[in-house]
Every structure is written in structure tokens, then in C-alpha cells.
Design a protein. Structure first.
Length: 141
């Protein structure tokens, strides 16, 4: 059974699942910051995935970034897989705007996280329902 890293559990909100990845929303309303986590245990690096899963990870990442870019009117999409703090393989997909709190610097450690309100999360979920492909399964919420 798939287990999400404890730090990801405490810092994010679960949105739902693509065929391979769980989609999380970082609980930081400074930025629309999403995280894809392949639902495979004990993986910390992309190269540990089989070729088919590597391709699926990249396809899901690309599809998410394209849809967020349009739907959230991004000036730039930041995509990265670092894993220095959380070793479980995960990919950050962050919508950046010139007026965001950290622009043009990276978002990490720039400003304290501002947790989302329930209303803000509901708005993002509604936006995502219009943006994400049919094979995405939303969690309750």
C-alpha cells in the first residue's frame, strides 16, 4: 500500500490521483504550488522508476504544467524534483507570476507559508475540475 512521506502529509492537501501520481497542493497560498508523487513506495530518484513509469511521470507533469499555465495565467512555470529534505520522489509544479511574493527568486524559504482557507481550497479545486484531464480522480473535499 502506498504511503506518503510524513512531511508531505503535514505540509500539503491531497487533491487526487493521476494514473501514476498523487497530486498535492502545498498549503502555502503565496503561490499555486502543486506536487506530484508517484504512488510507488521506496523510490527517491526518477531513474529508480521503470521506463514506462518515467514516461508517465513526465507526461503527467507536462499535462499538469500546461493546464496550470493556461488556467492560472502563469508568467512562468517552475518544475523541479529536488528531494534534499523529503527523499520520497516528488515533482514540484509551481505557478509563478511576476507579482508573487518571491518573484523572481525561487519560492523555497523566501516567505513563511500562508495556509489556505477552506474557501480558497474550494476555489482551486473548482478551477482544477475544469482544467484536469478525464483520467484524473479527485479526492473528496
Amino acid at each position: 500500500m502506498f504511503a506518503l512521506d510524513q512531511r508531505l502529509q503535514q505540509d500539503t492537501l491531497v487533491i487526487g490521483d493521476f494514473p501514476l501520481c498523487r497530486l498535492l497542493l502545498s498549503n502555502d497560498s503565496n503561490y499555486p504550488w502543486f506536487i506530484l508523487v508517484p504512488r510507488i513506495n521506496a523510490i527517491s530518484e526518477v531513474f529508480q522508476l521503470g521506463v514506462a513509469d518515467q514516461q508517465t511521470l513526465w507526461q503527467e507533469t507536462t499535462a499538469l504544467a500546461e493546464r496550470l499555465n493556461e488556467g492560472f495565467n502563469a508568467d512562468k512555470m517552475n518544475i523541479g524534483a529536488l528531494g534534499n529534505v523529503v527523499s520520497q520522489l516528488h515533482v514540484h509544479v509551481i505557478v509563478r507570476k511576476r507579482e508573487d511574493a518571491a518573484w523572481p527568486a525561487p519560492v523555497w524559504g523566501k516567505h513563511p507559508a500562508q495556509p489556505y482557507t477552506e474557501e480558497q481550497v474550494a476555489v482551486i479545486r473548482a478551477q482544477l475540475r475544469d482544467l484536469l484531464p478525464a483520467n484524473f480522480i479527485f479526492t473528496q473535499g
